[in-house]
Design a protein around this ligand. Structure first.
Ligand code: KPL
Length: 302
């Protein structure tokens, strides 16, 4: 069993207390990394980490100490900018920042706010985790993660980030170009999330033949946009990936289904909204994405 602290490993700061953040914090801690949580409120923080193999209390420092050199920012896309404005004065000059969320559109917002010496990464993960209560995180599905450097300063500390993310959310691969993986993930989210939110169903329900035409249309339109944006994707490849994710997560409710069910803000603007904004820039009409966006807007809490 890993020891709680090590002097050789660098201190990581995990932002927020979402399920993926706590999962990463627990796994870093178990691998011997010092870890602190940057939260809106300071105070004692301990939680239980549960996986198939273990159930362990994780005790983290009461208060996060700046400057932050290594930061994992696994907050929803719409919360990234606010979190970043809070973090900016606390970041070390050569800090490494790892974003991780569904949807796209934040990288362009974050990059210009960082110093040239501060590295930016994006990490996409398929690990499943949920909080069974405020102080318990359950590692519900073993997944893997890919990441890519988004600026020169990130490349300067690739080894440190790679080792830590291997521990936190591995198996972990650094891709030379993260964008194809991001577009593929966006495709999956732009099909499964809005459909399950609209029909308030589990992911597996989308295997029903009654959804086949809608899925096909969303994918065809997505491929038009991806190609216009310089991505080499095929309808077949996306169809296969969407079908695989539906199968693998058949029993799950998507994050957007849950957000709508609970009346919470969703990532719609960073998934379908992002798709539509990009389409506008390329002067493309995507009526199926447009229609589902409008329908969901009407159902949105805000
Ligand atoms: O990422 C997901 C989500 O729920 O946001 C998928 C892959 C659709 C799994 O549910």
């Amino acid at each position: 069993m890993a020891q709680p602290h090590s002097i050789e490993r660098p201190l990581w700061t995990v932002v927020g207390e979402g399920a993926i953040g706590l999962l990463a914090a627990a796994r870093l801690y178990r691998a011997g990394y010092p870890v602190q949580l940057h939260r809106r409120v300071n105070g004692p923080f301990q939680f239980v980490f549960q996986s198939a193999a273990v159930s362990q209390q994780i005790h983290l420092p009461h208060q996060a100490q700046p400057p932050y050199s290594y930061v994992l920012l696994p907050v929803k896309a719409y919360a990234v900018l606010d979190a970043l404005h809070q973090l900016l004065p606390l970041l070390a000059d050569n800090a490494q920042l790892v974003l991780s969320h569904n949807g796209m559109g934040t990288i362009e917002q974050v990059l210009p706010l960082l110093k040239p010496s501060q590295g930016l990464w994006f990490l996409s993960t398929s690990h499943g985790a949920f909080k069974s209560d405020d102080a318990t995180v359950v590692h519900s599905g073993m997944g893997q993660s890919v990441s890519g450097a988004l600026n020169q300063a990130a490349l300067a500390q690739q080894l440190e980030v790679e080792q830590a993310m291997q521990a936190a959310l591995g198996p972990f691969t650094v891709l030379e170009d993260i964008w194809p993986a991001l577009w593929l993930k966006l495709a999956v989210n732009a099909v499964i999330n809005p459909l399950t939110a609209l029909h308030q169903c589990k992911n597996g329900e989308l295997e029903n033949i009654k959804y086949a035409a809608a899925i096909r249309l969303l994918i065809e339109e997505f491929v038009l946009l991806a190609k216009a944006s310089g991505q080499e994707v095929s309808i077949e490849a996306i169809e296969q990936r969407v079908a695989l994710v539906i199968k693998q997560t058949a029993d799950n409710y998507s994050s957007m289904q849950q957000d709508f069910a609970k009346g919470r803000r969703s990532e719609l603007d960073y998934i379908t909204g992002f798709v539509l904004k990009q389409a506008e820039q390329h002067q493309l009409q995507l009526p199926a994405h447009q229609a589902i966006y409008q329908l969901l807007l009407q159902k949105s809490p805000r």
